[in-house]
Write a protein that binds this ligand. Structure first.
Ligand SMILES: NC(=O)c1ccc[n+]([C@@H]2O[C@H](COP(=O)([O-])OP(=O)(O)OC[C@H]3O[C@@H](n4cnc5c(N)ncnc54)[C@H](O)[C@@H]3O)[C@@H](O)[C@H]2O)c1
Length: 433
């Protein structure tokens, strides 16, 4: 394990609600302001040893995580505003929280984005802070950005994390996405349908040996071409889609049903959201990307193939409704129609009404992913990092090798803790079923 010496550059793709809430929070924590609530790397204590030997260690004592003081922030966005202006516009944190770190936020100015309006139609014609060129020129410019940022800020290492808008749904195309060679060929011939802008960021990061995390549900790095390049360049990657609100609740409730062998007829999830993310997801082609990510979750927990009488016919529906008056204050409703003894329904239902600030939940997840993937890189782990599924809604897995995604939150936590124990030189000691 290489020590966490020197500065860690964190480059956020997208300087919107999530990124600015994350950055402002870390800058505040560095000044001793606020609480790292929701951040496992900052708040959790993990048991090592057993019986009378057991101790509970903060993550930073278990493994050599990078220190918050050593992080340098950068970003790309189509809007040219600095991080302070962007945070004010996102209106998640209040001026009371932002003003004490205003100079640091103002110093973060986004680099021009690799953007294609065809992938985020709701943002077409906006912003203007854009790169121009073919897909392979995008990659070269992004690589140059990373090198320049690293040199200018004296960084020892970088991490790139996508917290930009969800792109429109694109199908996996084996002829293009299955191998690194086929993907490189598609880049060279400027295939603008099959190569999304997010893929350009990921490809550029991997070419530079920089770990990449995908925080939206975009296809992006969830293709064998990227996995191959990550293996070849020996770089860790993780994705997709931060697990923060409604899906977080699902991955807690579904294990409860399964553990108690309670049956499920249907699960209806809807929510209202009024921030820019909600506006982008209002376009059907972008919502489709999110819908696929949200729908996959419960099947792998309930396992209908093993329990067809209980879960063989679940009607699962997910809706996101753009509702501007709410801004970043998302409200979600879930309705579960369940059954039990004697197969009786009697109208048994579970209702969950979750009111949250989307970015307040996402910011600590960004921090944990960034610090964990940097740890992975220093530990010599590369390729997909399934132990980071704990933070992700739609964990990447290679179905062609029979891999199953792990969605149960508590099983994911076990895997995460065990990996940290191993990396800290302790025995992993909790077993999964
Ligand atoms: N907040 C959550 O709880 C949560 C959970 C899971 C996933 N996400 C995802 O995280 C992402 C960010 O969410 P947000 O609320 O900050 O959204 P946001 O709209 O506030 O910010 C996204 C930013 O990305 C920029 N952008 C779009 N395309 C870009 C590109 N190609 N290059 C650079 N910048 C680009 C936009 O201009 C915008 O400023 C979204 O994809 C969202 O779906 C959020």
């Amino acid at each position: 394990m290489k020590p966490a010496n020197g500065k860690l550059g964190v480059l956020c793709v997208g300087l919107g609600a999530v990124s600015t809430t994350f950055i402002a929070g870390v800058l505040s924590l560095r000044k001793g302001r606020g609480l790292a609530g929701g951040s496992v790397t900052q708040m959790a204590k993990i048991r090592v040893g057993r019986g009378s030997e057991r101790r509970y260690l903060p993550v930073a004592e278990l493994v050599p995580m990078a220190r918050l003081d050593d992080i340098v922030f950068g970003a790309w966005d189509i809007f040219p505003q600095d991080a302070y202006a962007a945070a004010c516009q996102a209106a998640v944190l209040q001026r009371d929280d932002l003003d004490p770190v205003r100079p640091e936020l103002e110093a973060i100015r986004p680099m021009p984005a690799a953007f294609d309006p065809a992938f985020v139609t709701r943002l077409a014609g906006q912003g203007g802070n854009l790169k121009s060129g073919t897909r392979s020129e995008f990659v070269e410019q992004l690589r140059a950005d990373m090198r320049r940022f690293k040199a200018d800020n004296g960084c020892d290492r970088l991490v790139v994390i996508w917290a930009a808008s969800t792109e429109k749904f694109i199908d996996y195309q084996p002829g293009i996405h299955a191998t690194a060679d086929a993907f490189a060929a598609a880049l060279s011939r400027d295939d603008r349908e099959a190569v999304s802008p997010s893929m350009c960021y990921a490809w550029a990061a991997l070419q530079e040996g920089v770990p990449f995390v995908m925080g939206a549900p975009n296809l992006c790095i969830d293709i064998p071409a990227m996995w191959q390049l990550a293996e070849e360049k020996q770089v860790p990657i993780a994705g997709k889609d931060f697990k923060t609100g409604q899906t977080l609740m699902k991955t807690v409730l579904a294990p409860m049903l399964r553990t108690r062998c309670l049956g499920l007829d249907g699960w209806f999830s809807t929510n209202i959201l009024g921030n820019r993310d909600g506006e982008v997801l209002d376009a059907p082609e972008n919502f489709r990307t999110k819908e696929v990510s949200k729908l996959g979750v419960i099947d792998t927990i309930l396992r209908p193939d093993e329990q067809p009488e209980l879960y063989g016919d679940v009607y699962h529906k997910v809706r996101i409704n753009y509702y501007p008056p709410r801004g970043d204050s998302k409200e979600s409703w879930d309705n579960l129609d369940i059954f039990g003894w004697m197969g009786r329904r009697y109208g048994m239902q579970i209702k969950v009404n979750f009111l949250c600030r989307d970015s307040i939940l996402a910011a600590p997840v960004v921090l944990d992913l960034v610090l964990s993937i940097d740890l992975a890189a220093r530990a010599g782990l590369w390729g997909n990092q399934p132990w980071l599924a704990f933070f992700l809604k739609s964990p990447m897995h290679d179905a062609s090798r029979g891999e199953q995604p792990l969605n149960d939150l508590f099983q994911q936590y076990t895997v995460y803790k065990n990996r940290l124990r191993e990396l800290g030189g302790y025995e992993p000691d909790e077993e999964l079923e």
